[in-house]
Design a protein around this ligand. Structure first.
Ligand SMILES: NC(=O)c1ccc[n+]([C@@H]2O[C@H](COP(=O)([O-])OP(=O)(O)OC[C@H]3O[C@@H](n4cnc5c(N)ncnc54)[C@H](O)[C@@H]3O)[C@@H](O)[C@H]2O)c1
Length: 397
């Protein structure tokens, strides 16, 4: 059983609490810190937490706490992580780890030097659909992964600090791109080095300094591309989709906006539909179990199992740091309008990986370009001579 101090009682703090204690889990939140004492007390009442405070250190240092969950705004992550290091408590931090790679690296160095458990709370690589998809990819169902596209778009976040570029560290690239980038790494392989990024971003709708809309491509050492599409200006709810293309297959996932649950209502007596839904009447698209669909349960299970077994979880501060390094390069590319190199100070994956090659032979002397059964019953092979480069087709009637 983990005994947890929760830092932050806001939007994500409550989702996390719902998943940690919601289904009579064996883990327990024993202390809650919130900036306002009233909100800390309300959270304590809602989740049966014995101790509530508006003093962060007090929440962390309590003797009965062994794990700290950071659900605080981005500008407080480093301070909170360093407080956990000082207290020697295991720490799980929400996304993005830092506002910059430098900030994330300081956090990574601090937890590793102190030898404390660290987990990066990136729930979207724990959704049931993602877990199943990645399992299939690892088993080879898609062959070589060439392209992994991940999209997160919604009408914008819900608290004031997100909209302040300094406090949040950026706009939708930092807030949503971090999810998409880690999803891309998951499909392409976390041990494959991300090499460079090209990114377009703009502020098109909201009166803010940060970007509200962006599209980027991350090129990996083996030639695979991780594409991220993010927006704080999308209308119609929370759009969370992945599309993966490999040499032997494709996967397409809709995690939230269309999960196969359509409802029509006049709107009478119905207010909450799903996270960031913009309408509660007409045709609406509820989500059966948001906590599950968004991966929170599976994420905490991985974290707490790893802690119990003295292992690393699937997502550590190192992953958070790599994601921040990719986003730093994306922000640079937005300025220069060029591919920008990703600077990772201590790359821990494979080095010198060769470009993907999925070419197939037709026979000893020919490559197979394509085979197809036609509607008129002929089988066609398009082949290329290995020596001359000549391309021709063979038709079997
Ligand atoms: N899917 C996800 O993983 C996900 C979703 C939403 C948010 N987040 C992350 O969680 C973190 C918190 O986001 P949120 O949406 O819960 O925010 P929120 O504004 O709803 O909650 C912030 C909490 O921090 C506390 N706090 C302490 N000091 C503060 C200060 N100086 N200013 C503002 N709040 C202060 C507030 O009292 C509140 O309890 C962010 O890093 C965000 O990126 C993750």
């Amino acid at each position: 059983m983990r005994k947890i101090a929760m830092l932050g009682s806001g939007f994500i703090g409550r989702f996390y609490a719902d998943s940690i204690v919601g289904l009579r889990s064996r883990d327990k939140i024993v202390s809650i810190y919130s900036r306002s004492e009233d909100k800390a007390i309300k959270f304590a009442e809602d989740y049966g937490v014995a101790f509530a405070t508006n003093d962060m250190m007090e929440a962390i240092e309590r003797e009965d706490v062994d794990t700290v969950v950071i659900s605080l705004p981005n500008f407080l992550h480093e301070e909170a992580v360093l407080a956990c290091v000082k207290a020697g408590k295991g720490v799980l931090c929400t996304k993005p780890l830092g506002r910059t790679a430098a900030e994330a690296k300081r956090m990574l160095d601090a937890v590793e030097k102190a030898g404390i458990f660290h987990g990066y709370l990136e729930d979207l690589v724990y959704t049931p659909k993602f877990l199943k998809a990645v399992e299939s990819v690892k088993a080879g169902a898609l062959g070589n992964i060439l392209w992994a596209r991940s999209r997160e778009a919604h009408p914008g976040p819900h608290s004031e600090w997100f909209w302040d570029k300094e406090l949040a560290g950026g706009g939708c690239i930092l807030d949503l791109g971090c999810h998409c980038i880690e999803i891309g790494r998951g499909y392409i392989g976390k041990d494959i080095k991300p090499v460079e990024v090209i990114c377009w971003a703009d502020t098109q709708v909201k009166p803010i300094d940060a970007e509200d809309h962006a599209i980027g491509m991350v090129r990996y050492e083996n030639g695979a591309i991780g594409q991220f599409e993010v927006s704080w200006t999308f209308r119609g709810g929370l759009d969370l989709r992945d599309e993966v293309m490999g040499s032997e297959g494709t996967i397409s996932i809709n995690n939230f906006l269309r999960t196969g649950f359509d409802m029509f209502t006049s709107g009478e007596g119905y207010d909450y539909v799903a996270e960031k839904a913009e309408s509660n009447k007409g045709w609406i698209f509820p989500v059966g179990d948001e906590i599950h669909e968004l991966g929170y349960n599976f994420m905490f299970k991985d974290m707490f199992d790893a802690m119990d077994e003295d292992q690393e979880p699937n997502e550590t501060f190192y992953d958070g740091y790599v994601v921040n390094a990719i986003m730093d390069a994306a922000y640079k590319s937005v300025q220069t309008k060029k591919w920008e190199a990703i600077e990772i100070e201590d790359w821990r994956g494979q080095e010198g990986v060769q470009p993907i090659s999925a070419q197939r032979d037709y026979d000893e002397n020919h490559f197979l370009i394509k085979e197809e059964m036609t509607h008129y019953g002929a089988k066609k092979y398009i082949i290329k001579n290995k020596a001359t480069g000549a391309i021709k087709e063979i038709i079997e009637e």
